[in-house]
Design a protein around this ligand. Sequence first.
Ligand code: 13P
Length: 255
Amino acid sequence: MTTPRRPLLAGNWKMHGTRAEALSLVEGLLGRLQGQLASGTREVLVAPPFTALDAVARLAAGTSLRVAAQNCFHEARGAYTGEISPAMIADLGVSHVILGHSERREIFGEDDAQIRRKLEAALAQGLGVILCVGETLAQRDGGHTVAVVEGQTRAALEGLALARPDQVTLAYEPIWAIGTGRVASPAQAQEVHAALRACVGRLGQPAKQMRILYGGSVKPDNVDGLMAQADIDGALVGGASLEVEAFARIVEFEA
Ligand code: 13P
């Protein structure tokens, strides 16, 4: 089956790594994935912490490895102690930003309205956005999964004018599967991805072209089954993206 959606394998490093550790990981990946990166059949992205972003972006420059920030603020500049603007991120040669991660929503209280403001600011700066949505275990057990992720998606994308379909990538990350070793089954993930794609279409966005990643305990031993699903276009990987061999095997998924 041919799909217009090039697979995207993304590593979210979260709050891990000194600059030296980050550089060593990226050097390892660039070496190990040289052929894959040159072929361009799959897109590979890493999201280091802010402190390593400049160093990693310099190392990745001139390669097809993409680099993302893990968050940004919605204002361009001003008295916002501790915040980083989309323009500052773009200034580093960084191409993407992850927004709406459940850790931002749950631990730092980010709501749909804030995430929408950040999304618009990032797009205006020319950054690609990986927008995360996902339900808690209680919401899943209550049968609310699709309603929850559709609500998050609608809040982010309704009425948004996209210049290109690849400006936004969705990432479905069930909260109960993040960092728990408890991965959604391929069928469970596919069901939500199909619902999300239909929702994106109803919102007037380019549903066939927009990529939807799965995230939550993706590992070398479960990536193949997930990537075999029709509506799973890639993975957003936490823990397993911190090791060269594990992440490389995920990039080299067989579906
Ligand atoms: P894990 O792969 O460690 O479960 O993390 C998933 C995640 O939150 C990626 O953004």
